[in-house]
Ligand binder design. Structure first.
Ligand SMILES: Cc1cc2nc3c(=O)[nH]c(=O)nc-3n(C[C@H](O)[C@H](O)[C@H](O)COP(=O)(O)O)c2cc1C
Length: 407
């Protein structure tokens, strides 16, 4: 191409001519007449509550209802997120032995834990910041849980005051507590939780990590979800936001995971209801809980939010149940989504299963009614799994109901 053609191609008059042509076409009635007034481009149909078939169906709706950074705050796991994947993969390593002969209607899922009569061995695991999911926040989750006859464990620092959550519904409610390296503050908080009606206190001895690669990758899409604006309303004892030191840079803070067994003994004196320890992953720690007189353990890896490459809870359940030997109830969470998952944990000796993210998906997708429906689905799936395995009641479920092939 010579210099004259080159100048013509780049000339303003050529651009003007193209713009004029484009405008004419865009304004042309003939072009408009050919456009579909109800184009499918950009159209999305959101399934309704009645169309939800499994807990997994709620997740994309919850996802679509939330900003990405808040969704990722819920979804993230430590480092490479291998333990998140493992928390789900573990269920593929356990088969259910189908024996049949029982109809789902005949199945009885009732149980009793620490004096609490339950319709099914399900609870809602404690998790913070339900206001990310729905304006009703924890009050909505509690209403949904009560409607499905499922007890809720409210997190240490919810988005509504504990007293407000308490007045939202009437079902059984436990409250989770994070160790504070100050006995006066610990006592004050524990007394407040009990005054707000906690029927048991669950002391969590692990904590989520301080930073997550998934969130760091999102920074350019909207910022870090754990910014000051996201601090929860009820953390009255929390210190001021850092202005210097490692926390300012999102680095792990020394002492953040603080607790020791002596402290747990000391706070036991402030608790007049059953006290359970959450975050147990070894038989040795379970033995310590029994010997020190705690009332139950929750086998949990915090939904793989603490440390990557921790084992899934189903893998360590057997050794913990063997060590505890029926002395105290063994609850479990991390990765549970289906009734069949719940069945597998019961077969390996758990007394109840807590749902973390799954319950949140219900709230984020459809509010309280979503929580209720999701819990009903998991309860129904559990009944079906029990019927298929020939188990009429929870007492019929034992280790012969499953075959394990952990790697
Ligand atoms: C967004 C989110 C917030 C959480 N907050 C708390 C908390 O405040 N206290 C606590 O003990 N556990 C907390 N957890 C952990 C849950 O109690 C539970 O161990 C975990 O969600 C179980 O794994 P799952 O989500 O795969 O079911 C949180 C979990 C999530 C997903």
């Amino acid at each position: 191409m010579g210099p004259i053609e080159g100048a013509w191609i780049r000339s303003p008059s050529r651009r003007q001519a193209l713009v004029a042509l484009g405008a004419m076409l865009a304004g042309s009635p003939k072009v408009h007449a050919q456009l579909d007034p109800r184009s499918l481009k950009g159209h999305r149909r959101v399934p309704g509550l009645g169309e939800m078939m499994t807990a997994f169906d709620f997740e994309p709706i919850c996802f679509a209802n939330m900003p990405l950074r808040l969704y990722d705050y819920m979804a993230h796991g430590g480092d490479s997120e291998w333990s998140i994947r493992r928390n789900r993969q573990v269920f593929d390593w356990v088969d259910i032995v189908a024996r049949g002969g029982v109809s789902p209607e005949a199945v009885d899922t009732t149980t009793s834990i620490l004096g609490l009569e339950m319709d099914s061995p399900l609870m809602i695991a404690p998790s913070t910041r339900h206001h990310h999911l729905h304006p009703d926040a924890e009050a909505g989750t509690y209403r949904g849980a009560t409607a499905a006859h499922v007890p809720m464990i409210v997190a240490n620092g919810p988005s509504l005051p504990h007293e407000e959550i308490a007045s939202a519904a009437s079902g059984p409610r436990w409250i989770q507590f994070y160790p504070i390296p100050n006995l006066v503050l610990s006592r004050r908080r524990l007394e407040r939780f009990q005054a707000a009606g906690a029927q048991a206190i669950v002391v969590t001895v692990d904590q989520q990590a301080t930073r997550f690669e998934r969130d760091l990758h999102d920074r350019h899409l909207g910022g870090n979800p754990t910014s000051e604006s996201e601090r929860v309303a009820d953390d009255e004892d929390d210190e001021e936001a850092p202005t210097s030191g490692p926390e300012l840079y999102g680095l792990p803070v020394p002492g953040r995971l603080w607790y020791n067994w002596e402290y747990l003994d000391q706070i036991r004196a402030f608790v007049n209801v059953p006290m359970l320890i959450k975050g147990i992953l070894t038989a040795e720690d379970a033995r310590l809980c029994v010997d020190r007189g705690f009332d139950g353990v929750v086998v949990s890896n915090h939904g793989a939010r603490t440390l990557d490459y921790v084992p899934s809870t189903l893998e360590v359940l057997r050794e913990i149940v063997t060590e505890v030997d029926g002395a105290i109830p063994v609850l479990i969470d991390s990765g549970f989504r289906r009734g069949a998952d719940v069945f597998k944990a019961l077969a390996l000796g758990a007394d109840a299963v807590c749902l973390g993210r799954a319950a949140r998906w219900g709230l984020g997708a459809f509010g309280a009614r979503g929580v209720e429906r999701l819990l009903q689905i998991v309860q129904m799936e559990l009944r079906e799994a029990m019927a298929a395995a020939g188990c009429l009641s929870l007492a019929d479920i034992d280790a012969t109901a499953v075959r394990m092939d952990f790697p």
